[in-house]
Design a binder for this molecule. Structure first.
Ligand code: AGP
Length: 607
């Protein structure tokens, strides 16, 4: 997720200052590099660099750039590490067109190759840079700037919110939108485009959210919106926003955590757009390994548990999940040059995980990284890494980054299965069902949030909870426990349900809340037995059940109905959502701040 902003000023020529101040308000969307382009006295002026916006401003003078029109970008890298070359804006060969982009261009490699064959010279490793060269290519064939942008849009596949300026028509910004948000601002000093509302509020509260397929022409005196597929003019309602900038940064949600729970479908769409080449490279390394370890901490360790299950069940591979801080003690005598370590870290900076990686490297192991942070230490220590593409996660509690890791690991297990020639029919049908996962997640959020809120209210005074599940749902139960524990400060528990009679059941007394994950998969009937055991001892049964499971509805004191999945490997990314919401609402009901839970940091960079 990146932040883009554009301004077309009526009188002033301080577009550099307007862009800089606006990018500062979009910094929560990404901050590994930044840049701006303005048109001043008939020239394209570009300044960009690596680092947070203030650092780039100090070195490049962003706020001092002149001109009536300009575009700016603050980056969260997905393709290509943070570097000056990879920072936006990107230019065409002639330097007469500048573009900023937020999203993922799925077909960027084929476009790049075709453009290079037509003589275009690329400077970066990003997917975004294909956009200015595409526009240039159409203008070389006699198209005007707006028509060239429209034709470029027709050739792009994936998600994009993009703004372009051109010396040939220096009074306008041309924007296109597909899936990634882009909002126009109608102001008195000029008109604007922005990834998000907060950056517009200092200039206007009159906004027009663009829709998929919209092309907008923004100049200082007005805006025009077209359907880029037909070229026909469109009317869009102007909305008046009453949000404060603080609320607007959370898109109207009370907390970043709730916003990020709701962002999960979009985050998973971006994971599903990840370039297959990285999965093929990782799979080839894992296939050559005699031993495989999955290493991480906290939520990322729960993703490792899922990954181990998926690799065993899809690809017949043994991958040992190990908590990073225990890795050396447990495994140091097992590591050699034929070992592969798959390290998972959203931040890419968790000290325990990095120490485990360094210890494994010192003994000759190959390292595969899965991270959300391009340019992080983990990416530099890895032989190959896969980006989660989930965008910055501001809430300390991991939510969208967990489901993103789960889907990355599922895709990797599928790649391993394919490369082994195993179960291709099953893998193909799983791939088909996986493509519908974001929509299913959207439906779960819509259908379950209010019900979960009610359950949180009913049980928020309880002193402890236990989460029970079987099979592939055990990592989800552990993750639900961690969410509740770290946000409500309650001593929550979680076990494989089969383990409950080996100890936990002693805790159960009248009214003790036990939360079951009970999809109608291979584990359901055993879970039913566990539910009855707990109920017989007075437990309050809260169950996530499959839609229409009347038997479990009768048995549970409270339940949330969930959609069915043909392949049980899809359950974790779906069943974790009500558990995230439950932890969030219990935390807020207790008067805590779920974005900043006590004693916790977003990235634990100490051991
Ligand atoms: C999860 O909600 C916590 N924020 C914490 O357990 C976190 O998952 C852990 O510290 C690992 O962080 P990483 O993925 O950045 O390495």
């Amino acid at each position: 997720m990146c932040g883009i902003f554009g301004c077309a000023l009526l009188n002033g020529d301080n577009s550099g200052e307007v862009l800089y101040n606006s990018l500062k308000r979009l910094e929560y969307r990404g901050y590994d590099s930044a840049g701006q382009a303005t048109i001043d006295a008939g020239k394209m002026i570009v300044a960009k660099g690596v680092g947070k916006i203030d650092e780039v401003n100090s070195s490049q003078g962003l706020s001092r750039m002149r001109g009536k029109i300009g575009i700016g970008h603050t980056r969260w890298a997905t393709h290509g590490a943070p570097s000056k070359e990879n920072a936006h804006p990107h230019l065409d060969c002639s330097g007469r067109i500048a573009v900023v982009h937020n999203g993922i261009i799925e077909n960027f490699m084929e476009l790049r190759n075709a453009l290079q064959e037509r003589g275009h010279v690329f400077r970066s490793r990003t997917d975004s840079e294909v956009i200015p060269h595409l526009i240039e290519d159409f203008m070389r064939r006699g198209k005007g700037f707006v028509e060239a942008v429209r034709l470029a849009a027709e050739n792009l596949r994936g998600s994009f919110a993009s703004a372009a300026i051109c010396l040939d028509e220096p009074d306008k910004i041309v924007c296109i939108r597909m899936e990634s948000p882009l909002i126009l601002g109608i102001g008195t000093i000029g008109n604007f485009c922005s990834s998000d509302i907060p950056a517009l509020l200092p200039y206007t509260n009159k906004v027009i959210p663009l829709e998929d397929g919209d092309l907008a022409i923004v100049d200082a005196r007005g805006i025009k919106i077209l359907d880029w597929r037909t070229g026909s003019a469109l009317e869009r309602e102007v909305l008046e926003v009453s949000w404060s900038p603080e609320v607007a940064m959370k898109s109207g949600f009370a907390h970043f955590m709730l916003k990020e729970i709701h962002e999960q479908p979009m985050a998973i769409r971006n994971v599903l757009r990840g370039q297959r080449i990285y999965y093929e490279l990782a799979a080839s390394m894992l296939k050559r390994a005699s031993k495989i370890f999955l290493v991480a901490c906290g939520t990322s360790y729960h993703a490792c548990l899922f990954g181990s299950y998926a690799m065993a069940n899809l690809a017949g591979l043994t991958a040992h999940p190990v908590i990073a801080s225990e890795f050396e003690a447990q495994c140091k005598n097992l590591i050699d040059g034929k070992t592969s370590v798959l390290a998972i870290s959203q931040s890419g900076e968790t000290a325990d995980t990095l120490n485990a990686v360094r210890a494994a490297k010192a003994r000759g192991a190959s390292i595969i990284g899965i991270t959300n942070t391009m340019g992080s230490s983990l990416t530099r220590l890895s032989d190959v890494y896969i980006g989660q593409n989930s965008g910055p996660e501001v809430g300390v509690a991991a939510t969208k980054t967990f489901t993103a890791q789960v889907v990355v690991l599922l895709k990797l297990a599928m790649e391993l299965a394919r490369s082994e020639g195993r179960r291709n029919g099953a893998v193909d049908s799983l791939a088909e069902e996986l493509s519908g996962l974001p929509s299913k997640m959207e439906a779960v959020i819509r259908a379950s949030e209010e019900r979960v809120k009610g359950i949180a209210l009913k049980y928020s005074a309880k002193g402890s909870f236990c989460f029970l599940a079987r099979g592939v749902n055990v990592p989800t139960a552990l993750e639900g426990r961690l969410k509740l524990l770290e946000l409500s400060y309650l001593p929550a528990l979680a076990y494989p349900a089969g383990e409950s009679k080996h100890g936990f059941i002693a805790v159960v007394e009248e009214g003790y809340p036990v939360i079951f994950l009970a999809p109608r998969d291979s584990t359901r009937d055993r879970i039913l037995g566990n539910m009855m055991e707990m109920k017989a001892r007075g437990a309050s049964i809260i169950a996530l059940i499959e839609e229409g499971d009347e038997e479990l509805k009768q048995l549970a004191d409270d339940f949330v109905e969930m959609p069915p999945c043909a392949n049980e490997l899809l359950y974790p990314a779906i069943y974790v959502i009500p558990l995230q919401l439950f932890a969030y609402y219990v935390s807020t009901l207790k008067g805590y701040d779920p974005d900043m839970p006590r004693n916790l940091a977003k990235s634990v960079t100490v051991v």
